[in-house]
Design a protein around this ligand. Structure first.
Ligand code: LLP
Length: 385
C-alpha cells in the first residue's frame, strides 16, 4: 500500500509543502539504468535540469553517470556534486560567454553546439585560451515526438539545434575553425515520450545523417540521442521504474555504428521523477454549488507542471482512508490555472490531512518559484529523515 511508503509520523513534524525523495528508489533506478545501458556499452549523462537538488545530484554522481548541463549554473552544480568534468556535456541555445568560459576552463567533455553563430563565438573564446573545444552539432532530426507542444524540440520550427538543410553550411564552417574539434552529433526530440516509435524514427534518421557525414569524409566519435524517455504518471499501485531495457534495445537493434563509436544518452525525467513527491496539507474543503474544492497549501509555485503543461500527477490522501470523494484539487495562488486536477478521487479530505502529489521528482522542485512572495519548498530524504 502506498501510504506505507511514507514516514507519516515524521511528516507531521515538518512544515508543508515540502519535497520528499525516496533515495532507495532513486538508487534502484540508477542501478537499473546503468545495468541496461551497460549491456551495450552506452554512456548515460543525467540531464541536470530535471532536478538539480545537491543531494540528488551527488547520489547520481556516485553511480558513475555523467552530467548533461544547460547553463553555467548547472555545470557548477554538477562539478560541486562530484561529476567529473570529463563526463559533462553542455547544450543550450543561448550560451553566454562566461558560461562557455566556465566549460573551457574546466575542460568539459563536449559542447553541444546549436548554431553557426555560437560556433564562431566558441572558437574565438577557445582561441583566447589557446584551447580546442570538443563539440557535437545539435541537429534537428525532424522526428515528431508526439508529445506536448511545449516539450517538443526536434523539429525545424523549434528554436533548438541546427536544421538538416543547413548542416552542410555549418560543417563547412567547422572545417575552417581551428579551435573547435567535431567529435559527435547530438539530437533531442522532446520529453515525456512513451511511444518507442519516435525513438525508432530517431535511430533511423541518425543512420542517414551519418551517411551524409561520411559522404563528406567525416567520421564522428560519438552519437548522442538526448533524453526524452517518459514515465507512467498514472500508475495506481506502485511507482514503476521506466522500461530502460526496451528503450536501449531500440537503439541497439537499429543503429548502424561505426567501429569504436560511442553512444550517449541524456535522460532526466526517467531517472528522478518517480523518487520524488510533493507533500502538502489540506487547508480547506470548500463546498461550491457544483463542485467540491480541496484547497492545498501547495500551488503552482511548488509544482508548475499541471498549470504549464496540463500535466497530471497522481494525488493521494496519505492521512486517512475514509471513503472516496471527488474534488477539484487546487492551490492558494491567485491565478485560475493553479489547479492540480479536476474531478480527482481522494479519500475524504479534512483540514490538516496530508496530500501527496506523486512522481514529482523531475521538473518539480527545480521549477519552483517565489511568485506571491512564497518561500521555496524544502526537501527531505528517506535515508536522513
Ligand atoms: N537533453 C536535452 C538537450 C534536453 O533539452 C532535455 C530536456 C533532456 C536531455 C532531458 O529530457 P528528459 O529525459 O527529462 O525528458 N519541464 C518539462 C520538461 C522539459 C524538458 C526540457 N529538455 C516538464 O516538466 O515536462
Amino acid at each position: 500500500m502506498l501510504k506505507g511508503t511514507f514516514p507519516i509520523d515524521q511528516f507531521k513534524a515538518l512544515t508543508t509543502p515540502f519535497y520528499y525523495y525516496n533515495i532507495d528508489l532513486l538508487k534502484e533506478t540508477l542501478n537499473m539504468v546503468t545495468t541496461e545501458a551497460g549491456k551495450y556499452g552506452y554512456h548515460v549523462h543525467y540531464a541536470v535540469k530535471a532536478n538539480a537538488n545537491p543531494r540528488i545530484l551527488s547520489v547520481i554522481a556516485e553511480h558513475g553517470l555523467g552530467a548533461d548541463c544547460v547553463s553555467g549554473g548547472e555545470i557548477q552544480a554538477a562539478l560541486d556534486a562530484g561529476f567529473p568534468a570529463g563526463k559533462i556535456v553542455y547544450a543550450g541555445v543561448g550560451k553566454a560567454d562566461w558560461e562557455i568560459n566556465l566549460g573551457l576552463d574546466n575542460d568539459i567533455y563536449c559542447f553541444n553546439v546549436e548554431s553557426a553563430a555560437e560556433l564562431e563565438v566558441l572558437d574565438e573564446l577557445a582561441a583566447a585560451k589557446n584551447k580546442v573545444a570538443s563539440i557535437a552539432l545539435r541537429i534537428n532530426p525532424e522526428v515528431d515526438a508526439h508529445t506536448h507542444a511545449k516539450i517538443t524540440t526536434g523539429m525545424k520550427e523549434n528554436k533548438f539545434g541546427i536544421n538538416l538543410s543547413q548542416l552542410g553550411q555549418v560543417l563547412d564552417l567547422v572545417a575552417q575553425l581551428k579551435h573547435v574539434k567535431l567529435i559527435g552529433i547530438h539530437c533531442h526530440i522532446g520529453s515525456q515520450i512513451t511511444d518507442m516509435a519516435a525513438f525508432r524514427g530517431l535511430a533511423i534518421r541518425v543512420n542517414e545523417i551519418q551517411e551524409e557525414l561520411e559522404a563528406r569524409g567525416l567520421k564522428v566519435e560519438n552519437l548522442n540521442f538526448g533524453g526524452g524517455l517518459g514515465i507512467d504518471y498514472y500508475h495506481p499501485n506502485h511507482l514503476p521504474v521506466p522500461a530502460f531495457d526496451n528503450y536501449f534495445a531500440v537503439f541497439n537493434k537499429l543503429l548502424q555504428l561505426r567501429p569504436g563509436q560511442q553512444v550517449h544518452f541524456e535522460p532526466g525525467r526517467s531517472i528522478v521523477a518517480q523518487c520524488g513527491s510533493l507533500i502538502s496539507k489540506v487547508l480547506y474543503v470548500k463546498v461550491g454549488e457544483t463542485k467540491k474544492f480541496c484547497i492545498l497549501d501547495a500551488g503552482f509555485t511548488e509544482l508548475i507542471r499541471p498549470a504549464m503543461y496540463d500535466a497530471y500527477h497522481r494525488m493521494e490522501n496519505i492521512t486517512n482512508d475514509e471513503e472516496i470523494e471527488v474534488y477539484d484539487v487546487v492551490g492558494p495562488i491567485c491565478e485560475s490555472s493553479d489547479v492540480f486536477g479536476k474531478d480527482v478521487e481522494l479519500n475524504r479530505a479534512h483540514r490538516g490531512d496530508l496530500i501527496a502529489l506523486r512522481s514529482a521528482g523531475a521538473y518539480g522542485e527545480v521549477m519552483a518559484s517565489q511568485y506571491n512572495c512564497r518561500k521555496l519548498p524544502k526537501a527531505y530524504y528517506s535515508d536522513t529523515l
